[in-house]
Ligand binder design. Sequence first.
Ligand code: UD1
Ligand code: MG
Length: 449
Amino acid sequence: MLSVAILAAGKGTRMESSLPKVLHKISGKSLLQRVINSCVELNPDKIFVITGHKSKEVKESIPDNKKIDFIIQEPQLGTGHAIQVLCREIKNNQGKLLVLNGDVPLIKPDTLKKLLNIHDSKNADVSLITTKKKNPHGYGRVFIKGDFIERIVEEKDCNNQERLNLLINAGVYCFNWENLSQIISTLQSNNNQKEIYLTDTVSLLKNSLSLEIEDNGELQGINNRIQLSKCEEIIQNSIKEKHMLNGVTFINKASCSVSEEAKIGKDVIIEANTHIRGSTKIFNNCVIGPNTYIENSNVGLNCEISNSTIYDSQIMDHIKIGPYSHIRPKSKISSYSKIGNFVEIKNTLLEEESKVNHLSYIGDSIIGRSTNIGAGTITANFDGQKKFQTKIGKNSSIGANTVFVAPINLGESVTTGAGSVITKDSNDNSLAISRTKQINIENWERKKP
Ligand code: UD1
Ligand code: MG
């Protein structure tokens, strides 16, 4: 039997934040969610999440899952105390208990599997992951004697000599739960932090093993925002490197971010300061950016998108967008269309080969094939209470600065006069125009001051 305990009760004082530490995010997912995701891969019988500081917020951040139980640790007297509370609440302390600090978010399932395997094969009381760090500052130092761990000394309790030890405790442990529960209540808090340390268990248990792995970034703990940003960088580098090996060019890699879920095709060029978020899919041969943000959207083949923002939309093939366009949710831009400078599109279907090139707001609309929307065209879709639709048929030519007061329905091949306010539907092949005729007053003289 395998149970998991994730320590997530601490405040995270060093984060200087009103948000609990484990709810801070890297690449869109909270630290706690990441640790849970890694554990789920091991298919454990139960996952206990120990919460305390803002426990309600922490619990609500995790989607319901039958395997996850929340245990409240109140007050929070240290990592050892958290496990004391767990052992008291759960009567049946059997099998293996894998304990993870909630602030070590990059730990890989394969590494956890290695730990479980070595623990089983050596029949250990406790096995924990260690690594040698060039700069071990802040971590507990692990002292080994013969085949076993003798003790762990926290940074704050180290003397000058002990501080030189580079072997650190990663905060990931596998216990024989039965043996652990026999000694857990004897942990004391006579140390410089006056906390009950889980790390003291290694001296109380007989068979304490270290699984030393190479420091590849995976064990980075997060206690402050510098370390948070370090983890973000580690994740982002690995995501972008994966895409580069698959045929994506990043012009200025450091200025771009890509979500783990995003898919990017071959020969896509990502220009500087471009962010691909959520479940976005970008197909082959696109040029995206610079300065572009795309979230939960599909971008088809051979598109060029620059200096623009796109949310929850479908961009089909051979489309040019930008600079400075904003495509808002539920829009579909069909192939060979063009959206130009300073254009906002929302909840709109733009059919093939249509153009909205300059300074427009097109919302709640259906624009037919090969229609040209003149500069400055606005759909007035909102009467203060409800939104209404604008429909414009194919092959139409909308004059500059037309305002459509929705609901409105224009036929095919319709023309509107520049500067018209269109309030009535019109049929196929008509000209809709509504503006006062120009008068010229000859020989007009301005009043003299
Ligand atoms: C801990 C380890 C240290 C190790 C480092 C690895 C101890 C005593 N020290 O130090 O050896 O090198 O992690 O990153 O364990 N927590 C609770 N309840 C509490 C206190 C903390 O649930 O009463 C949780 C925190 O929310 C956090 C985790 O335990 O997720 C670790 O606590 P933290 O204060 O970050 O310990 P470190 O000082 O990093
Ligand atoms: Mg920590």
